[in-house]
Design a protein around this ligand. Structure first.
Ligand SMILES: Nc1nc2c(c(=O)[nH]1)N[C@H]1C(S)=C(S)[C@@H](COP(=O)(O)OP(=O)(O)OC[C@H]3O[C@@H](n4cnc5c(=O)[nH]c(N)nc54)[C@H](O)[C@@H]3O)O[C@H]1N2
Ligand SMILES: Nc1nc2c(c(=O)[nH]1)N[C@H]1C(S)=C(S)[C@@H](COP(=O)(O)OP(=O)(O)OC[C@H]3O[C@@H](n4cnc5c(=O)[nH]c(N)nc54)[C@H](O)[C@@H]3O)O[C@H]1N2
Ligand code: SF4
Ligand SMILES: [Mo]
Length: 715
């Protein structure tokens, strides 16, 4: 019998499609643009030049492995939503009231140009604040706004919504934001999912962890503050009090040193001060840990033995547990465990958080670095409420902000200190431009609203945060109405405010091509042929076997907090009080008699921050804004399941419904999801309760670190 030659890949795909999908539906390759560590590779059913069908995970990309979340699988609901913005609009009524009239692009853009120039003439260029985030993670569409601000010396923005405590805490130990290949989770004997609700927020972690359990009998451990969807899948559940992960990590390391489970050969070779750490931890016993974390000492001992005896232990460290005022210290403490056991030496072992450093992008063209002026002030993203209400410190003692250009973010919903945010956006002397896909709560306050394309309607370049692939997301359908890309809008505004840079007149494809080659990743054409570019560093480097990324090659148990994440970062918050070695740092917003509960605002499965709150299936599945409360706490406060309750603290008051749940500790409340403010009876959203004070040592907002009172309420 003659052996057949292997089929070309395209044909294999076609054959598989022909079996799984109705015939004649073309599938195009893309990548999910949302702010999610999974950055999934997608196969999109294209029905005609304007219409998509189902979206599937691409089985060829080894991290995605064919699995995506339900909300993106039904993306047709979002891209073809009847409420999408399709033409520019100019405000006609009071701010926030959604009264607009239709305008042409010319008229709208000319108005933006006039107002930006007038604001600049009155207060100098720093009065204009380009404000953006990660609504799309595409490098061209997300980061091109920097080119405009550098060209004009507009105020800069210090990103602080998301990554600060997590990245800083991780880099404090390793010196670099990169770790073992996340696909190694599948080769692990124990996967510790720490402070990330992966089932909701990055489903692919579960794919690989569950593979390890199926194929190797690996244990899955989950560390969280409630019995969330991820913990429900765990073999070992560690349910601790919010903000006490540092104490758990220290008690675990105490046991490792005490019971001879620390790898002293590894410690001597690869870490900075193991003797100091061991001595320091002598008093951090499991009983000490129990008193702080609430986890019984016996469970702490058992967890320590498990990770001490299982060399292939993979610590998958998330963002969630770092959204506390001691979050950076807690991340560093958790990451330190792998250095005590020497898990880094083994395939399937080590501590992973994010792969940001492996891409070494040259973003000078995208961001216009040639025009950068370091003397221009940088305003804290999370303090937008304070900035817009004239807080001198938040304004860096400079001019007021009188013009805002917003892309890719919805601060009226997602930013902390919402009462201030709304007061600021309501200012009549503030000129606000919002470029959006929907009339979000932020867009409702705009003077000019501009309609934006979605990812399948423009070309962009993406990197995986939780994995190691570079991929192109090409334009595969036409946008509805008059939508324009972020890049086009920036270039059009640039023309009208006298900003010049060669990037403004390039196409996204030209920018992508030049960025790829400047970064050492070849050309656009080559990447399109390759589809997914796997840039995982070799094992030795990813596991730091050639030394950690500090000059002496040592993991830092005693980091210099003033120099992470970058040498001249400039420390913020109460950094002088930070412990020098891993510890429990008691700086969280602790309970008081007036505010006896700790609240966390954990992510909802069917929303992504405030995105997908517009799609009918997502809102139907999430039902309504609610807070989980332990039945005993509910009884003590005369609250029954489904009742309306008020959550209240110094910053404000929010109405939600009560959900009685045994899986939350007494004294702790969990509100899943950032619902639109208008889904709450009095229009106040969950971020009314969160604070914008800068967390040590490098800023960030402590979204899960909130004290509140709870009481029955009538809506
Ligand atoms: N479905 C969905 N997916 C998302 C998002 C979403 O909103 N919804 N958001 C996206 C974004 S922008 C990001 S940054 C990522 C974030 O994804 P994650 O890394 O998962 O972080 P969080 O979503 O903030 O919270 C994760 C978990 O941390 C828990 N937690 C809070 N405080 C503590 C603590 O002190 N200790 C411990 N051990 N756990 C704690 C929360 O209860 C929650 O279960 O997810 C992305 N993916
Ligand atoms: N209470 C509480 N608040 C939180 C958090 C929490 O856990 N709890 N999480 C925080 C975190 S981690 C983050 S990252 C932030 C995220 O907050 P945001 O960055 O505001 O994220 P989204 O709410 O998803 O809003 C993104 C917006 O960008 C728009 N968009 C998407 N693509 C494009 C595009 O190509 N062009 C333009 N012009 N617009 C586009 C979308 O329509 C959407 O309205 O929220 C933070 N806020
Ligand atoms: S899991 Fe994250 S990256 Fe993957 S499709 Fe869903 S939102 Fe996108
Ligand atoms: Mo985030």
């Amino acid at each position: 019998m003659s052996r057949r030659a292997p089929l070309p890949e395209a044909l294999v795909l076609w054959q598989r499609d022909a079996m799984n999908a109705p015939p004649r539906i073309a599938r195009r390759t893309s990548v999910c643009p949302h702010d999610c560590p999974s950055t999934c590779s997608l196969e999109v059913e294209v029905l005609d030049e304007r219409t998509i069908g189902r979206v599937h995970g691409d089985p060829r990309q080894s991290y995605t492995a064919g699995v995506i979340c339900a909300k993106v699988a039904r993306y047709a609901e979002r891209i073809h939503h009847p409420d999408r913005l399709t033409h520019p609009m100019i405000r006609t009524g009071a701010k926030g009231t959604r009264s607009f009239r239709r305008a042409t692009w010319e008229e709208a853009l000319d108005l933006v140009g006039e107002h930006f120039l007038a604001a600049e003439a009155a207060h100098g260029p720093q009065t204009v604040w380009p404000y953006y985030y990660a609504g799309t993670m595409g490098l061209v569409m997300r980061d091109g706004i920097h080119r405009l601000r550098h060209a004009k010396r507009y105020s800069g923005m210090f990103s602080s919504f998301c990554t600060n405590m997590a990245w800083t805490g991780y880099i404090a130990g390793t010196g670099r934001l990169a770790g073992p290949d996340p696909r190694e989770m599948a080769k692990s004997d124990c996967v510790v999912i720490w402070g990330t609700n992966a089932v909701h927020t990055q489903v692919n972690v579960m794919t690989h962890a569950i593979r390890a359990r199926k194929e190797r009998g690996a244990k899955i451990v989950v560390v969280d503050i409630y019995d969330n969807a991820t913990m429900k899948q765990a073999d070992v559940k560690l349910l601790l009090r919010p903000g006490t992960d540092g104490a758990l990590a220290c008690a675990v390391m105490h046991v490792l040193f005490r019971d001879g489970l620390a790898d002293w050969d590894y410690l001597r070779r690869y870490t900075d001060c193991p003797d100091d750490l061991a001595a320091h931890l002598e008093t951090r016993t499991p009983a000490w840990g129990e008193a702080i974390t609430g986890i019984p000492a016996g469970e702490i001992e058992a967890f320590a033995r498990l990770v001490g005896e299982t060399k292939r232990t993979f610590f998958r460290l998330g963002y969630g547990f770092t959204r506390q005022r001691n979050g950076a210290v807690n991340m560093h403490a958790a990451a330190s465990i792998a250095a005590v056991t020497g898990a880094w030496l083994h395939e399937g072992g080590g501590a992973f958080h994010n792969n940001g450093a492996i891409y070494h992008w040259d973003k000078s063209l995208i961001e216009g670095h040639d025009l950068r002026d370091p003397s221009v002030r940088v305003l804290d993203q999370s303090q937008i409420g304070r900035v817009l209400t004239g807080d001198a410190q938040a304004l860096a003692h400079g001019p007021p902000v009188t013009a805002l250009l917003i892309q890719n973010t919805n601060p009226v919903s997602v930013a902390p200190e919402q009462e201030l945010v709304k007061q600021g956006f309501a200012r009549e002397d503030l000129f606000t431009v919002v470029h959006e896909q929907f009339l979000t709560e932020t867009a409702a306050y705009a003077d000019v609203v501009l309609p934006a394309t979605m990812f399948l309607e423009h070309d962009d370049l993406y990197q995986g945060g939780g994995h190691q692939h570079i991929q192109i997301g090409p334009k595969i359908v036409e946008a509805p109405g008059e939508c324009r890309t972020n890049h086009e809008v920036i270039a059009e505004i640039a023309k009208r405010v006298g900003a010049s840079h060669r990037g403004f007149s390039m196409t996204p494809r030209e920018i992508i091509d030049e960025t790829l080659s400047a970064s050492g990743w070849g050309s656009l054409e080559a990447l399109e042929r390759e589809v997914f570019k796997d840039v995982q560093p070799p094992f030795e480097k990813a596991h730091y076997l050639d030394g950690f990324a500090y000059p002496d090659g040592k993991f830092r148990f005693r980091p210099d907090w003033t120099t992470v994440p970058a040498p001249n970062a400039g420390a913020m918050g109460p950094w002088t009080q930070m412990p020098s070695l891993p510890d429990h740092w008691a700086v969280t917003e602790d309970r008081t008699q007036a505010h006896p509960f700790r609240l966390a605002t954990s992510p909802a499965r069917n929303f992504l921050n405030s995105t997908f709150t517009e799609t009918p299936t997502s809102t139907a599945r999430e039902a309504r804004p609610s807070v989980m409360i332990h039945p005993a706490d509910a009884a003590a406060n005369a609250i029954a399941d489904g009742d309306w309750v008020a959550l209240e603290n110094e910053r404000g008051r929010v109405l939600v419904t009560a959900k009685l749940f045994e899986g939350v500790r007494r004294g702790v409340l969990i509100a899943e999801g950032i619902w639109p403010n208008c889904a709450h009876p009095d229009g106040r959203g969950i971020n009314t309760l969160t604070g914008a004070d800068q967390v040590a040592p490098y800023g960030g907002a402590a979204f899960h670190d909130i004290r509140v009172a709870i009481a029955p309420a009538t809506p």
